[in-house]
Write a protein that binds this ligand. Sequence first.
Ligand code: FE2
Ligand code: FE2
Length: 167
Amino acid sequence: MHPKSIELLNKAVADELSAVHQYMYFHFYCDDYGYDLLANLFKKTAIQEMLHIERLAERILFLKGEVEMIASEEVEKIHQVDEMLKKAAKMEEDSATEYNIWANECAANADAISKQLFESLVSEEEVHFDQYDTELDNLKKFGDSYLALQSIERSKGRDTASTAANN
Ligand SMILES: [Fe+2]
Ligand SMILES: [Fe+2]
């Protein structure tokens, strides 16, 4: 049943897996640097991509296909925050472009449900793109002080926690 859709859905699973790996990698480093806002954004987005995999897998199984859990790309070992955001924004842009094309392919093969799934993913990837793009803008506008502020917020949080513990 719908072999082309199964192939496209698995390609999407592969891209989503790469996104989970890449964003968690960025999360680990941002967390280590003390940039909590960005660390949380990468982690939250990775979890959302994992939920995309779940939706794709459910559709593949409904179509009696096999879920191929193979990431499409190796993790890029990027340690610079601006480069992380550029890479993440590009990944979202590419996913949105691909999913638009694949939605049309599913429609052409009379698989309206897979088409709708891809369309719904496009709108979520566009939100992700926008979030990364906004952070990139903030970084350009405020420079290193934007990152410094995130570290200071973490220190303040620790200070408040220790004061509360001493009272
Ligand atoms: Fe996704
Ligand atoms: Fe995404």
